[in-house]
Design a protein around this ligand. Sequence first.
Ligand code: SF4
Length: 207
Amino acid sequence: MHKLAFNPSVELPVMEAFYTIQGEGVFSGQAAYFIRLGGCDVGCVWCDVKESWDANKWPLTSISSIVDEALKFPARLAVITGGEPLMYDMAALTTSLQKVGFVVNVETSGAHPVSGSWDWVCLSPKKFKAPLPEWYAHANELKVIIYNNSDFKWAEEHAAQINKNCKLLLQPEWSKQEKVTPLIVEYVKNNPKWGISLQTHKYLNIP
Ligand code: SF4
């Protein structure tokens, strides 16, 4: 864990928090409250939230006020994303949300140690900073972003290490989706242990 200028059991840098529809993965189509934490050191070249990388840009927000905001909306599904939320100890945020009735999901690269109490872990490994092996046992969903042909082999390397109950999903990288989606369709037809995840929120034009 990085040395922090704040205490993550009290407050966290929140880049944005909003109520929307989960667009990707197994929970796709469900209303959810997204909490996007600032700070990421993974450095994906195709990252679509590069403004999240510098945690100092985002206001430190108390965990109690994060939870109070989440409670203003009717769904009791919270998705913690980033940035890379696991740069911080997630115990306080996750248990506080669960105490008031939220199912708490995370989207993580797995590049930092496991912390927090999660109902659903979406592990989305990145080439730029490999996941720590401990995440393979925790993942409920392995979501590999396909940017080019070599990513299928890389996806299989992660699948070989993941727990047997984990859902396996391939997702086209948005800027390459026209090129890679047909490759993914063929791949999944030939390798049916995998499924396809689409960024449906981008097609729906919602956040
Ligand atoms: S892990 Fe996520 S937030 Fe971090 S650089 Fe990669 S895509 Fe961007």
